[in-house]
Design a protein around this ligand. Structure first.
Ligand code: CP
Ligand code: NVA
Length: 308
């Protein structure tokens, strides 16, 4: 039975913790130029219906580094849901490749695709979730602090796919997460409901607030993301108006843990969700986050293919 990774909910707590450590192991092997080619002969199909810098490069270079290969397919090149149904596309594409990653719009599109694909499918961002990014972020936090437990993580800004993914991560792993968004830009109600049920068992502490200072207070990790996500361009003015007091800057971070780290999945807009002095300053770990995408995704691919 093939396995997919469409959401962190597809993984158990122990599996996520294993993937974090596996990512660090893969990173060390690659950095040490070890002869490590567990993906020999494996081909990844990469379907992009939205743009990408990091996701495309990290998946493609990662596959090649571990002996595999990747085929890039943009929505201009294939017929996903237009000239051909998603179901038929999934049946056909999965006859040519061993594993598939998809970046798309509605989460239902990837769920539908995965149901008809005969090979594992990985979510490389939907409007709802971006699980690969959070896995890379967890790797980055573990590298910096040596642990995840006992840290206060703050997500500040739009209640978007990154906020939703963080809420699932905290719920499953039993983390301490405070999410500060305007009430009109709250994270997904479905995600919050499910996460609170999981959190009741995992002992996660998940708080939702409209006050960014409360999230940043004593935080060890301060995370933000763009105010208007891909596909929301027409909402930019409205979202910027709602989020103008949510910028991560010196003033907002003054009562965070003095050793806090600043995180952002990128691309970033300096002067909007984050000031230039913060993202370019000593607390920022954004370039490590971007690099760790490669290792986190390779860990997921090895796991889904049973090659770990
Ligand atoms: N963080 C991230 O997914 O970046 P890209 O949109 O460039 O892939
Ligand atoms: N929330 C952003 C994340 C980009 C990696 C978006 O969906 O555009």
């Amino acid at each position: 039975m093939k396995r997919d990774c469409l959401s962190l909910k597809d993984l158990k707590k122990e599996e996520i913790l294993y993937l974090i450590d596996k990512s660090i192991e893969i990173k060390n092997k690659i950095k040490n130029n070890e002869d490590y080619k567990p993906l020999n002969g494996v081909i990844l199909g990469m379907i992009f219906e939205k743009s990408s810098t990091r996701t495309r490069l990290s998946f493609e270079s990662g596959m090649k580094r571990l002996g595999g290969d990747a085929i890039f397919l943009s929505s201009r090149d294939i017929q996903l849901g237009r000239g051909e149904t998603i179901e038929d596309s999934a049946r056909v594409i999965s006859r040519y490749v061993d594993i598939i990653m998809i970046r798309t719009f509605e989460h239902s599109r990837i769920m539908n695709f995965a149901q008809y694909s005969s090979v594992p499918v990985i979510n490389a961002l939907t409007d709802l979730l971006h699980p690969c990014q959070v896995l890379a972020d967890l790797v980055t936090i573990k590298e910096r602090f040596g642990k995840l437990d006992g840290l206060k993580i703050a997500f500040i800004g739009d209640g978007n796919n990154m906020a939703n993914s963080w809420i699932y991560a905290a719920a499953i792993l039993g983390l301490n997460l405070t999410v500060a968004t305007p009430v009109d830009l709250s994270p997904s109600g479905v995600v919050i409901k499910e996460a609170m049920e999981i959190a009741a068992k995992s002992k996660a502490k998940i708080e939702l607030t409209q006050i960014p200072y409360d999230a940043a207070l004593n935080a060890d990790v301060i995370y933000t993301d763009v105010w208007a996500s891909m596909g929301e361009e027409e909402q930019t003015a409205r979202k910027h108006a709602l989020l103008k007091h949510y910028q991560v800057n010196e003033n907002l971070t003054k009562d965070a843990n003095p050793n806090y780290i600043f995180m952002h999945c990128l691309p970033a807009h300096r002067g909007e969700e984050v000031s230039a002095d913060i993202i370019d300053g000593k607390h920022s770990v954004v370039w490590d986050e971007a690099e760790n995408r490669t290792y986190a995704q390779l860990a997921v691919i090895l796991k889904l293919l049973g090659r770990d």
